[in-house]
Design a protein. Structure first.
Length: 448
């Protein structure tokens, strides 16, 4: 405890770090305040049906990522997720479209162009998604609308307000990245998740304590133990790396001779990180949109209704298959064995017993495939953990914290933020947050 207090004092002594933390907290407060600003012409007290709709199913995930702004009919209701969807699409373009591949190779100027295209696509997605949100709002909470409103004018004005709210949220995230600590977009998502945690935890405690005669307290303790195990698994997933030994005549990225010294190529067991879950989750949100379009879901087909229920067997099977497929896809994007083999050959590096060139590429490709398969299965298991928690009668909102995108983002952002703070402390020769001085973020790199 004494060391923790001393570390907090050291953090406050560093002016730049103190300023970044205060700026981050300030922008976080602005974002949270905006999530309670209701669209003009909406009575927030008459949104009971909309809040009930977002208590379960995939709608609860959308509501969680927006920090409750979705169920509040807030100007930030669509949150940062349209930008995430646009980023996914642009990443796919960068893999298959030569024009975007060329921009990726242009360095900083290319990245700026890609970011600009991502923003344009975000606006297009918002202009498409906002009207469907408003149609669902009218279907679920028509009584919340001011009777004097002209619906067509309300649709046009509110569409632009929702789009502007999401773009402002993106701006807040970028300011946190530039002036604050860590990745601002990830922090915005984490804020939405954390904002729902106290309410979800309170509901679960009340639910279990009201069932003491049926072993409610014991089940609650088992839940907490299981949650602790899942969190450890998520930390392993975020930090997990594996190193493949390679004998070098020279360093891969330098000319210094290191003959006879064993070097390593770091290959992450989870090279794709949480991206496969985000890809798969974006696709699984499509049935929700379709159900919303079909008269609020009243006339939707059983298949669509099943795929809109994140606790159903059909949803989780499809979700797991998509995660495994996207894990291989994203690993192929981030790790190119042909390029790695060419870099080794160009720098006179080699793997003992393996010929340079195609044989080295095939050897590395085989290793990547073998370590990707268990990683994809583990990722799919963690993603489907909320469904298993539901089978234990865990309250739906609290069950979302047992795995899936929410838990992985929460763990990843916390580790990244701690890594940033650790770096500032160690650069100024203060003790780090841990006695070992090593905190690994999602990049797998030490803060040391």
């Amino acid at each position: 405890m004494k060391k923790f207090i001393e570390t907090l004092k050291n953090i406050w002594r560093i002016e730049d770090l103190r300023s970044r933390i205060l700026i981050t907290l300030g922008f976080a407060a602005i974002y949270r305040f905006g999530s309670f600003i209701v669209l003009p012409g909406i009575n927030p007290e008459a949104l009971t049906a909309l809040r009930a709709q977002t208590d379960t199913g995939l709608m609860s995930l959308l509501n969680m990522f927006s920090g409750g702004a979705f169920s509040n009919a807030s100007v930030f209701a669509l949150g940062i997720m349209p930008y995430i969807s646009a980023s996914i699409v642009i990443q796919l373009f960068a893999f298959v479209v030569p024009y975007f591949q060329k921009m990726q190779r242009e360095g900083e100027s290319g990245r700026r162009k890609i970011n600009q295209y991502t923003r344009y696509l975000t606006i297009l997605i918002l202009l498409f998604q906002a009207p469907f949100y408003l149609l669902n709002l009218r279907a679920q909470a028509a009584g919340a609308l001011n009777p004097a409103l002209d619906w067509n004018m309300f649709m046009i004005a509110s569409t632009f307000i929702l789009a502007a709210g999401s773009m402002f949220t993106l701006w807040v995230g970028e300011r946190i990245t530039d002036k604050g600590i860590g990745n601002g977009v990830s922090l915005i998502i984490m804020l939405g998740i954390v904002a729902r945690l106290p309410q979800a935890f309170g509901q679960e405690v009340v639910s279990r304590l009201n069932n003491l005669s049926g072993g409610g307290l014991v089940m609650f303790l088992i839940e907490i133990l299981l949650l602790f195990v899942v969190i450890l698994g998520a930390i392993l997933l975020v930090q997990g790396t594996r190193k493949v030994p390679v004998q070098y005549a020279k360093r891969m990225y330098g000319g210094q001779q290191v003959g006879g010294v064993r070097q390593y190529i770091p290959l992450k067991v989870f090279a794709a990180n949480v991206m496969p879950i985000i890809f798969a989750q974006a696709i699984m949100f499509i049935p929700v949109t379709l159900v919303t379009m079909i008269a609020g879901g009243e006339n939707a087909s059983p298949v669509l209704m099943t795929l809109s229920d994140h606790t159903s067997l059909g949803y989780n099977l499809l979700f797991a298959v998509l995660i495994i497929a996207f894990t291989y896809f994203y690993t192929a994007i981030t790790l190119n064995p042909v390029q790695m083999a060419e870099d080794m050959k160009r720098n006179n590096g080699f793997i003992p017993g393996v010929r340079p060139g195609k044989d080295t590429s095939a050897y590395l490709d085989g290793i990547i495939e073998r370590i990707t398969f268990p990683g994809s299965l583990f990722l799919a298991l963690i993603a489907c953990m909320p469904a298993f928690a539901g089978l234990m009668n865990v309250q739906p909102e609290f069950a979302q914290f047992f795995g899936g995108t929410s838990l992985l983002i929460l763990v990843g952002v916390v580790l990244d933020t701690l890594q940033q703070i650790e770096s500032h402390l160690l650069m100024r020769h203060y003790d780090g947050l841990l006695s070992s001085g090593r905190i690994h973020g999602r990049s797998g790199m030490s803060a040391q």
